[in-house]
Design a protein around this ligand. Structure first.
Ligand code: UFG
Length: 337
């Protein structure tokens, strides 16, 4: 079975490509390298001893996309490609709408043209906005607070409309909580451009000495230690969730939606402590004001994915931090090392 992976050089995609290849799937990957590096593709090939059929293509280039579909005869698509920085999306909303929405519409049109109607879509827990209670189930009301989140929710809504109009589509919407960690080889991992926006990549840079101090965004939330609580999930568990979703699509389920999280919440201070254990030293931090738009607490109810996909996250917070630390230590400058 041949899978087209969009955003195929990115963080979650590289781990998914590796599991796909190890699972006997053929992988065709496309990426425009806005926020990724060809080195991740090469490393996955080295780790698996298998080839990825790679194309440097932007999803806004519909003709190039058509050529790939004509040549490769793919059976299903995993659609990761998209811009994903919340703060940037607030200052450049049009860029997010153009890239994420137009790119996805092009992809869906070309899929329809070539009668490829099996899709796994990278959505996000961001579509739950600020949930009234935790844990969050798939039935919770949907809302968003920034243009990035709006693109995820709008794509979800488009997919629901498409599925309602044409029952031959099989679509798995996967709502990720907070992916962290790296493959245990330490050879692939998260490699953000510039100063990281997200907590764990930032901590990793402080641990390696590239940045000075961790900034904790608020310690006055209504949470056990006052800092924000999230459901951190090991990227390899997340990648394996995609394999389960691809298997599910074989059974013609129509449109299905799953939370991919562990069901456990950790605070910012919990993460700092666990990272300190992994790297064997104390890490400096300061308490800063809350980051605008942040919520106090969210974590998943992952029961539906367990019951319907046979998937659960098995890698704990210690492993998430150890694997991040190994990746960061082996690659202090990411893929540019
Ligand atoms: N945080 C800090 N300091 C930092 C960065 C983050 O204290 O330098 C805190 C945040 O306030 C929050 C927690 O760490 O409490 C996690 O923040 P991240 O930026 O790592 O992740 P978010 O939960 O804000 O957002 C992530 C993804 C989004 C996605 C969302 C879904 O970045 O793309 O999860 O819940 F939409």
């Amino acid at each position: 079975m041949k899978i087209l992976v969009t955003g195929g050089a990115g963080y979650i995609a590289s781990h998914t490509n590796l599991e796909l290849l190890n699972g006997g799937y053929d992988v065709v990957a496309v990426d425009n390298f806005i926020n990724s590096n060809i080195e991740s593709v090469k490393r996955v090939e080295k780790l698996t001893g298998k080839k990825i059929s790679f194309y440097e293509v932007d999803l806004l280039d519909k003709e190039a996309l058509r050529e790939i579909f004509a040549k490769e005869k793919v059976d299903a698509v995993i659609h990761f490609a998209g811009l994903k920085a919340v703060g940037e999306s607030v200052s450049m909303p049009l860029r997010y709408f153009k890239n994420n929405l137009s790119g996805t519409i092009n992809l869906l049109e070309v899929m329809e043209e070539f009668d490829v109607k099996n899709l796994v879509f990278s959505s996000s827990a961001t579509v739950y906005g600020d949930p009234a209670t935790v844990p969050v189930t798939e039935e919770f009301p949907l809302s968003v607070t920034n243009p990035y989140g709006r693109t995820k929710l709008m794509i979800e809504e488009m997919l629901r409309d498409i599925s309602n109009a044409d029952k031959t589509w099989n679509i798995a919407i996967l709502r990720y909580f907070n992916p962290i960690g790296a493959h245990e080889s330490g050879d692939i991992g998260e490699d953000p451009n510039g100063i990281p926006n997200n907590l764990v990549p930032y901590i990793a840079k402080v641990a390696s000495g590239a940045l000075e101090t961790i900034h904790v965004f608020g310690n006055d939330y209504d949470t056990p230690d006052g800092t924000g609580v999230r459901d951190y999930i090991h990227v390899v568990d997340l990648a394996l969730g995609h394999i389960k979703a691809i298997e599910k699509l074989q059974k013609n389920p129509g449109l299905v939606t799953y939370n991919l999280g562990t069901g456990v919440g950790y605070s910012v201070m919990d993460i700092i402590e666990n990272y300190e254990k992994a790297c064997g030293k104390k890490l400096p931090y300061v308490i800063d004001p809350r980051r605008p738009g942040d919520i106090a607490e969210t974590y998943a109810d992952p029961t539906k994915a367990k019951e319907e996909l046979g998937w659960i996250a098995v890698r704990g917070i210690d492993k998430m931090c150890e694997d991040t630390y190994r990746w960061q230590s082996k690659n202090p400058n990411g893929y540019k090392s």
